[in-house]
Design a protein around this ligand. Structure first.
Ligand code: SAJ
Length: 424
C-alpha cells in the first residue's frame, strides 16, 4: 500500500476520526497531540470525541494500527502527515499560530518524499505562503521535488447521525499534480468520494464559501425576522411557506445569534484576507454585524414585552433556557447566550440560566454562573424565560404553564400557540 505510514497532528473532533479511519483502512497511524493527558487517554482506549466510540478506538489500538503520541519524531517514519489543528480568530485577525507551530515541529522531522496535508480551515494562500515555506525552511526539503504539500478542508459535523468522514465528499488541492494525486489516493482509502481541484487555494476557498454561505443566509433571515416584526408578519410562517418551494430555495431560521467555531469565524478569515489586498467583503461584514446584533435585539424585545406588562427589565427574574451554541451539545464557543446574558445583567435583570449540557459558564467580565436546572422552584420564581437554545428533552410545556412570559427565539413546537409565549 502506498503511503502506509501516517501521522495525524491534532487529535480533536477532526484529527481523531481521520486517524481512526486511516488506521481501520489498513494504514499504520500515529495520532500526535500536545496534550499528554489526551495522549494517555487515547492509548488507554478512551475516546474524548463523541463521534468516535471507545470500541472503535480500541479496535485500531489492539490491532496495532493506531497509537497516540506527544512526540513529533514519529514524523520521521511518515509517508503522509495531516495537520488538524485549530485556526481561531483573535483581535480581528486570523490566528495561524497553531499551524505555524505544527509546521515547524513537523518540518524538523520530515524526510524526503513525504506528503503533508493541511485540513485546518484558513484563508486562500495559507498552504502555499505560510505552511510550505516553514516546512521547507525547517526540513531543507524542496516543495514539489522532495516534499509534497496539499490542502483538504475538514467537513466534520460533530454529532451528525447521517454524514461522517466516510460519506462526506473530500476536496483535495495539491501544490503539484503529484500532491493532488497522492492526497486523493490517501483519502480514497477511507472516503467514498474525493474531489480533486486545481490547487490549495481552490480547496481553501471552497471551504470558506460553504460556511460563508450559511453565515450570510442566517443573517438574511435574522434581518427578515426584525423586518417581519415591524411589518406584523410571522417570519416563521413565511419561511415555512417559502420552504415549500422544491427548488431554488434553502430554509434558514432566525435565532438569537450565531455561535460555534465555524460559522462566525470562517467568513472573517475571508474578509480579513480580502482586506489585505485592499478589497472589501461588504456582504460578509454586514452579515457579521446583523448576526452579532441579535442578542441585543432579543433583549430589546424582552424589555418591550415586560414593559407591556408594566414591568421593568430591571429587577425582573429572567431564566435563559439553553446556552450551548446549538441543540444537544455542550459547546459554548461564540454562543450568543453569553452576550445576551451580559446585556440582561447590564440592564439590571436578575438572570439565571438552565442548560442540561452546560454545568457552568464564565462571562467575559469573569462573572460565573451555574446551571440552575429549570426546576419548579426556579420556574415559579421567574418572571420570564428566554429560550435561546432548544435542547431536546426539556419539558417546554411545563415551563410555559408555569412562567407568565416565555420569549422563544427558536420556534419550539411544544410552545406554539400558547398565549404567554412570544416568538422572535
Ligand atoms: N443557526 C441559525 N439559523 C440557522 C442555522 C444555524 O441561527 O438556520 C445558528 C445555530 O444556532 C448556531 C450557528 O448558527 O448557533 C451555527 O450553526 P450550524 O448549524 O452552522 O452548526 P456548526 O457551527 O456546527 O457548523 C458546522 C459546519 N460544519 C463544518 O464546517 C464542517 C457547517 O458547515 C455545517 O453546515 C453545520 O455544521 C451543520 O450543517 O451542522
Amino acid at each position: 500500500m502506498q503511503d502506509r505510514h501516517v501521522v495525524v497532528v491534532g487529535q480533536g473532533y477532526v484529527g481523531l476520526p481521520l486517524a481512526v479511519a486511516a488506521a481501520a483502512s489498513g494504514r499504520d497511524v500515529v495520532g500526535v497531540d500536545r496534550d499528554k493527558d489526551r495522549v494517555d487517554a487515547l492509548n488507554a482506549g478512551s475516546s474524548p470525541i463523541g463521534d468516535i466510540a471507545d470500541a472503535e478506538l480500541q479496535a485500531v489500538l489492539h490491532d496495532g494500527r493506531y497509537r497516540a503520541s506527544a512526540d513529533f519524531s514519529t514524523v520521521t517514519d511518515a509517508d503522509v502527515v495531516v495537520l488538524c489543528v485549530p485556526t481561531p480568530y483573535h483581535n480581528d485577525a486570523p490566528d495561524l499560530s497553531h499551524i505555524e507551530a505544527a509546521a515547524q515541529q513537523v518540518g524538523e522531522q520530515l524526510t524526503p518524499g513525504t506528503l503533508v496535508i493541511l485540513e485546518s480551515t484558513t484563508y486562500p494562500g495559507t498552504t502555499e505562503e505560510v505552511l510550505l515555506p516553514i516546512l521547507e525552511q525547517a526540513s531543507g526539503l524542496v516543495g514539489g521535488v522532495s516534499l509534497q504539500v496539499a490542502f483538504s478542508p475538514e467537513r466534520i459535523d460533530p454529532g451528525n447521525p447521517t454524514y461522517g468522514l466516510h460519506n462526506t465528499p473530500k476536496i483535495v488541492g495539491g501544490v503539484t499534480a503529484e500532491a493532488t494525486e497522492r492526497a486523493a489516493s490517501f483519502y480514497g482509502g477511507f472516503v467514498d468520494t474525493v474531489i480533486p481541484v486545481s490547487g490549495p487555494k481552490a480547496a481553501e476557498m471552497a471551504k470558506l464559501l460553504e460556511n460563508t454561505f450559511r453565515h450570510i443566509n442566517i443573517a438574511l433571515v435574522n434581518e427578515l425576522a426584525i423586518l417581519c416584526q415591524d411589518l406584523d408578519v410571522d417570519v416563521w410562517e413565511v419561511i415555512g411557506a417559502a420552504a415549500s418551494k422544491p427548488f431554488g430555495f434553502m430554509a434558514f431560521y432566525p435565532g438569537p445569534g450565531v455561535g460555534g467555531h465555524c460559522i462566525p469565524v470562517d467568513p472573517m478569515y475571508l474578509s480579513w484576507r480580502v482586506k489585505q489586498f485592499g478589497g472589501s467583503a461588504k456582504f460578509i461584514d454586514l452579515a457579521r454585524d446583523v448576526n452579532a446584533g441579535m442578542p441585543a435585539y432579543v433583549v430589546q424585545r424582552v424589555q418591550d414585552l415586560l414593559n407591556d406588562q408594566e414591568r421593568s427589565i430591571k429587577g425582573a427574574r429572567i431564566l435563559v433556557l439553553g446556552v450551548a451554541y446549538k441543540p444537544n451539545i455542550t459547546d459554548l464557543r461564540e454562543s450568543p447566550a453569553l452576550p445576551l446574558i451580559e446585556l440582561l445583567l447590564r440592564k439590571g435583570a436578575d438572570v439565571r440560566y438552565a442548560d442540561p449540557h452546560v454545568p457552568a459558564l464564565t462571562l467575559e467580565d469573569g462573572a460565573q454562573l451555574t446551571d440552575d436546572s429549570a426546576d419548579d422552584a426556579v420556574l415559579a420564581s421567574s418572571d420570564c424565560v428566554v429560550v435561546v437554545t432548544d435542547h431536546s428533552g426539556v419539558d417546554y410545556a411545563r415551563i410555559a404553564e408555569t412562567v407568565p412570559l416565555v420569549f422563544d427565539t427558536r420556534n419550539v413546537p411544544a410552545l406554539a400557540g400558547r398565549p404567554n409565549v412570544v416568538r422572535l
